[in-house]
Design a protein around this ligand. Sequence first.
Ligand code: ADP
Ligand code: MG
Length: 810
Amino acid sequence: MRRQVVEALAQGPHPLWVEVTLMALRVLFEDFERSAELDRRRATVERAKRLLQYLRAARAPSFQAVPSPPDPIPPPWTRQPSVEGAPLWEQPIQFVKGVGPKRALILARLGIRSVEDLLWTLPWRYEDRTRLSRTNQLVPGTQGMICGVVRGVRVKTIPRRRLTILEATVEDAGGQAHAIFFNQPYLEAQFTAGTQVLLSGRVVGGPGGRQLAWHGTGPMAATAPRLEVDEYEILVDPQEPTVHLGRIVPVYHETRGWSSRQMRALVRSMLTAELGRVREVLPDALRRRQKLPTLAQAMEAVHAPTAALSLEELNRGGTPAHRRLAFEELFVLEMALASRHATVARAVKPFRVSPSPGMIHRLQSILPFRLTRAQERVIDEIVRDLTSPHPMNRLIQGDVGSGKTVVALHAVAVACASGLQAALMAPTELLAEQHYLNVAPLCARLGLQAVLLSGKERGTSKRELVARIAEGTAQVIVGTHALLQHKVRFAKLGLAVIDEQHKFGVLQRKMLVDKGYQLDVLIMTATPIPRTLAMTVYGDLDVSVIDALPPGRKPVQTMAFAASQRRKGYQLVVDELRAGRQAYVVFPLVEESEKVDLEAAEMAYRRLQQEEFAAFRVGLIHGKLKAEQRSSIMAAFKAGDLDVLVATTVIEVGVDVPNATVMIVEHAERFGLAQLHQLRGRVGRGAQQSYCVLIDATIKGYGAWARDGGGRSPAEQRREAMLRSTDGFVIAEEDLRIRGPGEMFGTRQSGLPEFRAANLVRDAALIEVARREAFALLREDPELSRPEHRDLQEAMRRRWHAKLALGEVS
Ligand code: ADP
Ligand code: MG
């Protein structure tokens, strides 16, 4: 409900009464999750229904005048503060003097709902406005700032140009200047003679300068400089520090109806009024250990920095105050994650898994290779989790080709050996099919029944499958992530393996628990993410890393060619094909230009088939093919009945054909870095030297070495990263740097927390400290029951309860 209200508000300007009603609706649900009594919840829903009816009635064509809202629904701003005597800090912003309901709506657009939100909305940059000039030193054509006394004001209206010009004559020790304000006639009342003011703006007049036609009286008029004012400050009390000028000034993001100037004024008054009452969230001992200023000190320093701080440091967010705020934000998140972690770790599984060394031995004896040390280590960790009475909540990170599937298979085998079912879930149908093809024969040899439940299954065959799952004769169930959304009941689901998943881990588990399963969860990701990011994205999971590739792998040789040079790349493919190996040719396909992209791939396929690769067997695979067609083409390629596979990005993850040793990526510039790395991971899976050729339209001239100088575009940076490294972690760091964390994970869908002070790239080191401190504190005081931790617990709840479903997970 609350999200929908925001969406509705974002759709554009509504009549004020609509906005107010929408906001009332939103406020109703503010602590919905927290109100335990069913009666209160019911009452809330009833009220909401009436508000909705009211809105709907208003929309109907017969609707004439604006009806008065059905009472007894008080408008949000008349609601009494819920906690008696609570500091204004946590109260809705509309209670603040000078804000009110109308401005509260505008501020909501900036994500500001409480005084706390307001002060956590940090300036996005700072300006040095300390340099003062005398009026006689002003230089036409430059910015200038003066401090003087108003001697007189006149206002002139130019109706033809819809212009009001206010001119104030201001005097300082250097003489007089004319300050010009456009369309602010109301300032006349404030700029009375004798008022002391600070003014800054562009100097346009003065000796030899441009003259305004209507002006020209008075002895100084002809020579006095003119200042087109863009910022002013009236000095009431010379003892008071200034807000807008004469200092390092914070600049805030603006929105329609709300300026940086207004923000500064409001923030300043809140700093004065509220700062003394701010509750410190960080425990004292921790704060002193980390040498962090108090919250009050930090807020003061970021919103009203003293001249002692360097502008450069402020703009970089590198001051101790910034550090402190970032730390608090990260620490509170890590606390929330740590306590979630503890909640899961305390839960008890309804079943027991036994170690089953016999099963593991049998599995290893039928594998065509020996496990790497890294794989063995991770398998040990998993078996320990499986056999513990508490649910497993583990993430396996491993670069492409590191052999995650076989590790997961161990988990599956161990769980099944104890009579449980295991679900193996992949993000796409194609990948699920691949998994099934890989896993089913091995399962069969272990005496386990594996089934593929694809979304396309219909009719009797589907009913049959579902029945086998429900009665437990199917033990290993392979499907897409949608598997759990189907109306499938499992007889005894004990393990869920979620492959190639890099979304916020929390949500998967919640989904499972919501379905009534208390089980072991293993998430695998081939998107190696920087450690620091992992700590926030997967903060509540235990993480295992497969940090070595199977032996004998040679790093894929990567090269880039201009489009005009692609023949060189194709020549390489022909050489490999002649040596009996296989190749991929990949084309980009994006939704917006799907049709054109598909045509391009099909055309290229025909050309390759008839010309470049006429001597070889070429197949085409893309997402528009039927599932059966796709799997038969994949099977043919895997069996070696096809030499070249022309593909759109459907092969991106998971496909495993070790004999494929070369990949051409057409229009490499259109792929993201993580995607390129994933694609490249399709080759280099056997003992042979493999190659990846990027055909890049942004390369002018004759190859990757020909660069047109100047700043590097993101496409160039991606290409260079690909050429420089085959290490997934290096690539991921680079990706994070180029795109930023929000982009990298698609903040919206991933649930990656949004920060106001912290920056996941800049504050990498801080995250580690915050995490360490959080886990340590929770060990010390697991329930956060000590009085000195009350405010911290409150802050965790306030900030993360809804987002992380704290305490609901087990
Ligand atoms: P990913 O981690 O990308 O999912 P896979 O599990 O698909 O990787 O494994 C990649 C390839 O490496 C597969 O062909 C798999 O059979 C093989 N493989 C896995 N482990 C080993 C190993 N220890 N030694 C040799 N080959 C291995
Ligand atoms: Mg895989």
